[in-house]
Every structure is written in C-alpha cells, then in structure tokens.
Design a protein. Structure first.
Length: 60
C-alpha cells in the first residue's frame, strides 16, 4: 500500500496517510487540528527536483 503525504491547509502540518489507490477520494482529517482540509503533496520523487532554496538562474 502506498503512503501519501498530505499537508493541512489550516495548521500546515504535514502528515502521511496509508491509502489504497481507490481510497483517495476519502475525506482526510488533519491529525493535529482535525480540519478536513488537506492537500496531497507531491511524492518524494517529484519533490527532489523542486527543493526549497533552489534558485533557477534562467534569466542572466
Ligand atoms: Zn491541521
């Protein structure tokens, strides 16, 4: 089973949820504040190329 990373829009807590692929429509609750307003984050794979602090110097 894949683990998905979510980020609470209310308190900005990041948490992981074990889900089956057909369970993604389920409403998620933030374990910290209980708000049902969480967004799925990009996977670790995708996040590798877009790390914080990485500045693109395309306009020189
Ligand atoms: Zn929260």
């Amino acid at each position: 089973m894949p683990i998905y990373e979510y980020r609470c829009n209310s308190c900005e807590t990041n948490f992981e949820v074990l889900q089956r692929t057909n369970d993604t429509k389920k409403t998620l609750k933030c374990p910290h504040c209980g708000t049902q307003d969480a967004k799925r984050r990009f996977s670790a794979f995708a996040a590798m190329g877009t790390q914080k602090g990485t500045t693109k110097n395309t306009d020189t």
